[in-house]
Design a protein around this ligand. Sequence first.
Ligand code: SAH
Length: 366
Amino acid sequence: MNTGSSHPALRTISHPQPTELLPAILSLTAQQLTDWLREQGQPGWRSGQIRRWLLQRRISSFAEMTDLPAALRQTLEQSFRFCSLEPVGHQIATDRTEKLLLRLHDGELVECVLMREPDRRTICISTQVGCAMGCVFCASGLLGVKRNLSGEEIVEQVLMLHRLMPETEQITNLVVMGIGEPLANYSPMMTALNLLTSDESLGLGARRITVSTVGLPEKIREFARNGQQFNLAISLHAPNDQLRTEIVPVNRNIGIQEILAAADDFHAVTGRRVSWEYVLLAGINDADHHAQQLADLLRGRVAHVNVIPMNGVSELGMTAPEEPQTQQFVGILEREHIPVTVRKRKGADIDAACGQLRLNRTRQGD
Ligand code: SAH
């Protein structure tokens, strides 16, 4: 078990697993909750009251729903779990980035993160247990994919992070960049995002939500037509198919041209600029000619490149390049008039790279 001794800010929280699991209350739709209330002899409108508590307020038990009759609060307690996720680790970095390690009802683990900047609070959530894409630099996929998360498991991550923040702080941005490939778990992810953007819950702005994908062309085209103004980020990481297939193996059956065509379609349908993520791996994809090739691919497109210095994953034997090479890479893109930013590192003193915390815990048999 990981005692977290290398992380002074890690608190390990452990509760016994209940033998018989009640359904999570958010696994019911508003209508299903209304029907359940009627069966209990309660007015159906209490459904809205309960869901406002669940989706908007920072409480953590049915007992705190103070405008419900005490007997109903007790029946809720006996019939449902307030939340299906159980925090089993909580790290706080010196820059106040917070990361939760969450245990699901079947014992699996996922992670979510809260990142603070002066004018924004960005949260990052997971969509799958593990990942099937196999990117060679990523901790999330090292153990393969176990299962998809349900819509309520995705929403609950957001609510748990919301509850960590004081009343004066609000979530402003959401990135679907945690563990898993969001477009490989499309319907539950969209159910979750549609709830999170609705006034019934936090009413997050679609334009402040970004879904990051390895690049699944058909799903990108479907996502383009979902009717909301979400942002799309595509993890390209290499400017030619030979190299991309080496470091993003799922590329073998897709190819960069198909991804570019789907991205163009996304832009044509939504009018939104597409972001291209490029993890810099020293000696692998960070040479000047790679930057030049990347510029050639994106020239004439409404695009933005997000250069990400690799987060260390100890067993992978790959590292981020030194700062001068990163600047050189960025400089070539700038010279070619490709908009580019280097992603800031957040939570550097905790296991901040995607899936690292889960990987360490799973390996240690926690
Ligand atoms: N499956 C999705 C979303 C999850 S990963 C995708 O591929 O986009 C979110 C981003 O973090 C991706 O761009 C991913 O390639 C990147 N990433 C993964 N491992 C990383 C590491 N060790 N260092 C830096 N970025 C990493």
